[in-house]
Design a protein around this ligand. Structure first.
Ligand SMILES: Nc1ncnc2c1ncn2[C@@H]1O[C@H](COP(=O)(O)OP(=O)(O)OP(=O)(O)O)[C@@H](O)[C@H]1O
Length: 241
């Protein structure tokens, strides 16, 4: 399975953000999306998830040589600030989510099994989401996609709110999930990108380009990425954030 982006354009008034984004993302790989503040990473994710209308180009899913337009339900989007119903417990919310999606699920597991996969303790499952930490809310969002299994999962700066133990659990989970999904996550943390990603993609001057895979493990990795990003004016001018 492949996600094929072809000349995606997005402008906000006079501001050109995406200038014709072309790329092919494959299932089985974790992609790290890097770019300066204001480069357009969230805008690209919003365009793919159907939240924002594009001004040109197309996104397609291709499977066994057959391509079709990417649909909203193909995309799971994990926001950096999760939006969840605060006055339900995690358990109640997941139960509700399972109920409304039951007809679409290929394989339904017991609710507690889902929570166990996410390592959410029995006690926490029955607390109000309102009292969950940021990291726990992210876990609940991830859980939604483990249930519905959309082919494409976009993660906007995930893992930044996780403590080291949970971050490691989530990394392992993403590594497991990549065999069934196209996973793309945006991050500013270069170490996380080099550690977790199979491929790095840079959004620079409104376009995407691949970073050579050899660079990921080279000692000059950080410096090379800085150089690659430096020619994008980003939001705040020429200096790197
Ligand atoms: N709804 C909107 N209306 C007008 N301008 C917008 C809108 N959304 C984003 N922009 C502008 O588009 C540009 C890209 O923003 P975007 O949030 O996609 O960048 P980003 O790469 O995700 O940044 P960061 O790393 O800081 O999160 C910015 O200049 C931003 O101000």
């Amino acid at each position: 399975m492949e996600l094929i982006l072809d000349s995606i354009v997005k402008n906000f008034g006079d501001k050109k953000v995406l200038h014709g984004v072309d790329y092919r993302f494959e299932k089985g790989k974790i992609y790290g999306l890097l770019g300066r503040n204001g480069a357009g990473k969230t805008t690209l994710f919003n365009c793919l998830s159907g939240e924002t209308k594009t001004d040109g180009g197309q996104a397609q899913l291709s499977e066994q040589g057959e391509a079709r337009e990417l649909r909203e339900e193909d995309v799971g989007y994990v926001y950096s600030l999760p939006i969840l119903p605060e006055f339900l417990t995690g358990y109640e919310f997941i139960k509700f989510f399972l109920d409304i999606n039951r007809d679409k699920l290929q394989l339904e597991q017991d609710i507690d099994t889902y929570f166990e996969t996410m390592r959410i303790s029995k006690e926490d499952r029955h607390r109000l989401i309102k009292n969950y930490s940021h990291g726990m809310k992210n876990k609940i969002q991830m859980l939604l996609f483990m249930i519905t299994k959309p082919p494409v999962i976009l993660l906007d700066e995930p893992l930044t709110s996780f403590d080291v133990i949970v971050a490691l659990e989530m990394k392992n989970l993403l590594r497991e999930m990549k065999k069934d999904h196209i996973l793309i996550f945006s991050t500013h943390i270069l170490q996380l990108a080099s550690d977790l990603c199979d491929e790095l993609v840079i959004l620079n001057n409104g376009r995407l380009s691949a970073v050579q895979t050899e660079l990921l493990t080279s000692p000059g990795f950080e410096q090379s990425i800085i150089e690659l990003l430096q020619d994008d004016a980003g939001e705040g001018g020429s200096a790197l954030d």
